[in-house]
Design a protein around this ligand. Structure first.
Ligand code: LHQ
Length: 269
């Protein structure tokens, strides 16, 4: 698929998906949703990709749903033909699959938040495994400002990341949380001066591209499951997944390297 609204590159084990509609702060129009889903599928399947980075072109990460497109739909004939904007189906068909694919992809996914992340764009960052932010980034649960509820799994991840109180404050006020504050409350784990930002996320992603990818994938599976399981189930699931990890070439390499006092060369197998 030739992309027009995103950029996709793979180099040295890192796949970089750049949301690329800078004039609209990389808001998601219909075409971009399709292209992002396609690139996520590619990233998942391509063994050359051992770490995925999602970032934005220009001064924004993404401003969420393209409201201009929604406005045009509302003014004209909606997709449902009823004159009502079919928000539920937009979520079910586009955003929800994106979020699920990021969570179930058995490789690390980094949100490199270069600027403002609003609405579903903020949710997208929350669903990634790791968040690194430029000091120019901000996070806005913009939904309430236009009379909507948080979606694209913000209600799931935000309270888990920052606690219910902060999550509700963000969701009920729609106020921007700047990068430094995001770091303080655990919304991101790294903040970097804007001039050093790209070097920083590329360096971080490069580390993951050399990591034992199978173990990382299984770790994601375990954590995803443990979010909704009890202690006994989490313990059982860990034991099962450890059995699987113990059968990988990377485990053998890790132990060999430890014994030989050398740096392991993981191949993601
Ligand atoms: C935009 C957008 C945008 C189009 C900036 N669309 N053009 C909703 C419905 C359906 C189903 C699925 O779920 C969702 C989920 C959602 O995502 S709802 C939330 C949608 N997003 C928002 O409500 C955020 C709207 N944007 C803003 O509040 C501001 O733009 C922020 C605070 C993000 C940035 O403010 P500024 O830095 O002051 O930039 P700006 O407002 O001047 O925007 C720059 C340009 O980008 C501007 O275009 P223009 O032609 O005037 O230069 C904006 O119109 C455009 N843009 N967001 N979502």
């Amino acid at each position: 698929m030739a992309y027009e609204t995103i950029l996709w590159e793979v180099a040295d084990g890192v796949g970089v998906l750049t949301l690329n509609r800078p004039d609209a702060l990389n808001a998601f129009n219909q075409q971009m949703k399709g292209e992002v889903l396609d690139a996520l599928r590619t990233a998942e399947r391509d063994r050359a990709v051992r770490c995925l980075v999602i970032t934005g072109a220009g001064r924004g990460f993404t401003a969420g749903q393209d409201l201009r497109e929604r406005q045009q739909t509302a003014d004209g004939v909606s997709a449902s033909g009823s004159g009502q904007m079919p928000l539920g189906s937009t979520l079910r068909e586009s955003y929800n699959p994106m979020i699920l694919r990021i969570r179930t992809m058995e490789k690390p996914v980094i949100a490199a938040v270069n600027g403002v992340a609003a609405g579903a764009g903020c949710s997208l960052a929350l669903a990634c495994d790791l968040r690194i932010a430029s000091d120019k980034a901000s996070f806005i649960q913009a939904f309430v400002k236009i009379g909507l509820v948080p979606d694209s799994a913000a209600t799931y991840f935000l309270p888990r990341l920052v606690g219910l109180g902060r999550a509700l404050e963000m969701a009920l006020t729609g106020e921007a949380v700047k990068a430094e504050e995001a770091l303080r409350i655990g919304l991101v784990t790294r903040v970097v001066p804007h001039e050093e930002f790209e070097t920083a996320w590329r360096g971080w992603a490069g580390q993951f591209a050399q990591a034992p990818t199978r173990a990382i994938g299984l770790t994601k599976r375990a954590m995803n499951r443990a979010l909704t399981s009890d202690l006994e189930e989490a313990l059982n699931w860990e034991a099962y997944l450890q059995e699987v990890a113990g059968g990988t070439a990377d485990f053998r390499e890790g132990v060999d390297a430890f014994m030989a006092k050398r740096t392991p060369q993981f191949r993601g197998e």
